[in-house]
Ligand binder design. Structure first.
Ligand code: S5P
Length: 255
């Protein structure tokens, strides 16, 4: 039997995690949509359609061809209307000073609107220190990439173990991992990409498992991209993935 989201919430102090567990319970959803679209109108239309069924919206802000600050304002309106967290999948990977600037400055000013972002542990603890300076006071949270879903990923074995240690040393800001399974016994969240109900891989080595397989492996939030935004009816698919993820969670919490 796995702990329920409500039981888990009691173990965390980070405000982002508290907000996330609240949303998951209110919406009966552990679904994060990866909205990998390149035009802001299409992206906002998608978010408005799937918003009721998701707990987290994941963005790749640097793939937008027509980004402007107005886009952020409209995204925040949709966030208020539909009640979800925003996760900018920036995958920071540089020294602390540089990532702090990339996080807080430039065109995107990620730390001003993204509740969650993520980083590779590759550079060492300085990357967390730099991002923490940009995000902790704003109430943000960080996920570390402990594993990757792509074939041939080098984030395995001792690399993954070092990533877990890094998270343990930075529990005030690191809220969990991007990983395919529960990689640590500690109270860290696990966000799992590479989830599809219909496909097992793409032509670039992406590897998919079902929502049930991800949840049974210890995932807390399933990330679905093309399975939803690539569908003819995104609402039908968002509901289908929301229901599959929630049914798998309910079954796991009763086992
Ligand atoms: O290991 C990873 C980590 C991430 S965050 N593998 C991934 O696929 N991702 C992201 O999840 C990726 O950048 C994309 O936005 C999403 C998966 O999209 P899909 O279309 O393959 O479901």
């Amino acid at each position: 039997m796995v702990d329920t989201y409500t039981e888990r919430a009691a173990h965390y102090t980070n405000s982002v995690v508290q907000r996330l567990f609240g949303i998951i319970q209110r919406k009966n959803s552990n679904l994060c949509v990866a909205a990998d679209l390149t035009r802001k109108t299409a992206l906002l239309t998608l978010v408005d359609a799937v918003g009721p069924y998701i707990c987290v919206l994941k963005t790749h802000i640097d793939i937008l061809e027509d980004f402007d600050q107005e886009f952020i304002r409209r995204l925040q309106e949709l966030q208020a209307r539909h009640d979800f967290l925003i996760f900018e999948d920036r995958k920071f990977a540089d020294i602390g000073n540089t990532v702090k600037l990339q996080y807080t400055s430039g065109i995107y000013k990620i730390s001003s609107w993204a509740d969650i972002t993520n980083a590779h542990p590759l550079p060492g603890d300085g990357i967390v220190a730099g991002l923490k300076e940009g995000g902790l006071e704003k109430g943000r949270g960080l996920l570390l990439l402990a594993e990757m879903s792509s074939e041939g990923s080098m984030a395995t074995g001792s690399y993954t173990e070092s990533c877990i240690s890094m998270a343990q040393r930075n529990k005030d800001f690191v809220i969990g991992f991007v990983a395919g399974r529960k990689v640590s016994d500690d109270d860290f969240l696990v966000f799992t990409p590479g989830v599809s109900l219909d496909t097992s891989r793409d032509s670039f080595g992406q590897q998919y498992r079902t929502p049930q397989q991800a949840i049974d492996s210890g995932s807390d939030v399933i990330i679905v991209g093309r399975g939803i935004y690539g569908a003819e009816d995104v609402v039908v698919e968002a509901k289908r993935y929301r229901d599959a993820g929630w049914a798998a969670y309910l079954a796991a919490s009763l086992e």
